[in-house]
Design a binder for this molecule. Structure first.
Ligand SMILES: Nc1ncnc2c1ncn2[C@@H]1O[C@H](COP(=O)(O)OP(=O)(O)O)[C@@H](O)[C@H]1O
Ligand SMILES: [Mg+2]
Length: 391
């Protein structure tokens, strides 16, 4: 296992990747706009975003398969904008593996080395090392059609890594696998990358994949990078409403509130008729945060709350935080866990982990919920995050 790491360091290949103000236009369409990303040496970076947001375009620009419209790409200290793809020392793995069907596994893995006219003995040594690392030594004589999807994926990884690239790019490599294999392979790929230590940019539209694999996650939408942080930070501290809703299953709940100026600045739940209002459904904004929200008076804002952070209360429970009442409309049984859906005014909220709670929601019955102030994330009507401290 350690031999691969030593090949890497022998070649002194581990390096940084730096993308600065990258812009890519396809005719009228701007696929990427001022996109910047710094990846440290040996880092596993995941770019996460919905289909069509420009992820593949980023990889194609790095590998040189696509001309860029503007900006700079550095591999290590070298500006590679004008360097042809074959000289960039970048390896790419795609969703569809693209193995050569007429070659056996050995020849598929050996192919990039043969192209570089590496000596036969060295090729043999490298192929066996990588095959051992990927646990596919017993498959070397088989053709791609004689192995499973997961094994094909491993062969594709082996072929990419065998020539010790400076940068490893992966474009949704697990999308063709079934759910169980996908979760197994994401652990394998992560472990493999840790062993080999190659600087990696991995792209996916699957937030769970991103959360489980990444050292850092870049969340993208419509050709722009919206947030770059380590996974836990993206989850607990989303930069805007798009990121908040893209990360987490079930996604973050959003409740509509109005900012009202009375004696002090208040947040009032917007989904109740006036007789339903009680003082627990109103949040007083502390002086220290009032300034940040002063401009939004009478505007709608959204309170974001993770499904696991909603507390189910018993009638009469004393609770220090936001308290709202509604009705349980559905309970979804998932085996390990159940998810409840509760209607509060005109909003539907999801509450997770309800199987392990002391209060069990019952469909059709009243539900009282509590949310601790420190679990509330506030977003403007246009989706920007406002950092305030509620108490
Ligand atoms: N060769 C191309 N010509 C024209 N438009 C393209 C081309 N490749 C991608 N696009 C467009 O660029 C946008 C980003 O595409 P892509 O990078 O493939 O997104 P993703 O990988 O995130 O799904 C999409 O709107 C897509 O239709
Ligand atoms: Mg793509």
């Amino acid at each position: 296992m350690t031999c691969i790491k030593s090949i890497q360091t022998e070649g002194n290949n581990v390096t940084t990747l730096s993308i600065r103000n990258l812009t890519k236009k396809y005719g009228e369409l701007t696929a990427l706009e001022n996109f910047s990303l710094e990846i440290s040496s040996g880092e596993f970076m995941v770019l996460l975003g919905p289909s069509g947001c420009g992820k593949t375009t980023v990889l194609r620009c790095i590998s040189g398969l696509t001309d860029i419209t503007g900006g700079e790409i550095y591999i290590g200290n070298e500006l590679v904008n004008k360097i042809p793809p074959k000289d960039r020392d970048v390896a790419m793995v795609f969703q569809n593996y693209s193995l050569y069907p007429h070659m056996n596994v050995y020849d598929n893995i050996a192919f990039p080395l043969k192209m570089r006219k590496v000596h036969k003995d060295k090729i043999n040594e490298s192929v066996h090392k990588i095959a051992r690392l990927l646990n596919i030594e017993n498959l070397l004589d088989r053709k791609p059609k004689e192995i499973s999807g997961g094994q094909m994926q491993r062969v594709a990884l082996g072929r990419a890594l065998v020539r010790e690239p400076k940068i490893f790019l992966m474009d949704e490599p697990l999308s063709n696998l079934d759910a169980k294999l996908r979760t197994e392979m994401r652990v394998e790929i992560k472990k493999l990358q840790e062993k080999v230590g190659v600087t990696t940019l991995y792209i996916t539209h699957d937030q769970a994949e991103a959360m489980s694999m990444a050292d850092n996650i870049g969340v993208m939408d419509a050709g722009k990078l919206l947030q770059l942080d380590f996974p836990q930070k993206v989850y607990t501290d989303p930069a805007n409403r798009f990121v908040a809703s893209f990360i987490g299953v079930p996604p973050m709940n959003f409740l509509k509130f109005k900012i009202v100026k009375e004696d002090s600045l208040l947040l009032k739940f917007d989904g109740y008729s006036s007789y339903q209002q009680d003082k627990r459904s109103i949040i007083k904004i502390p002086e220290t945060s009032a300034e940040k929200l002063g401009n939004f008076t009478t505007e709608t804002v959204f309170l974001g709350i993770r499904p696991k952070d909603i507390i189910l209360l018993k009638d009469g429970d004393d609770f220090d935080g936001l308290k709202l009442k509604g009705e349980t409309t559905y309970v979804e049984l998932l085996g390990d866990d159940s998810i409840a859906e509760v209607r509060i005014g005109d909003s539907l909220l999801k509450i997770s982990n309800v199987s392990s709670r002391s209060v069990i929601p019952i469909v059709g019955k009243e539900a009282a919920i509590g949310i601790k102030y420190d679990r509330i994330r506030l977003f403007t009507n246009s989706g920007e995050r406002v950092h305030i401290i509620l108490e």
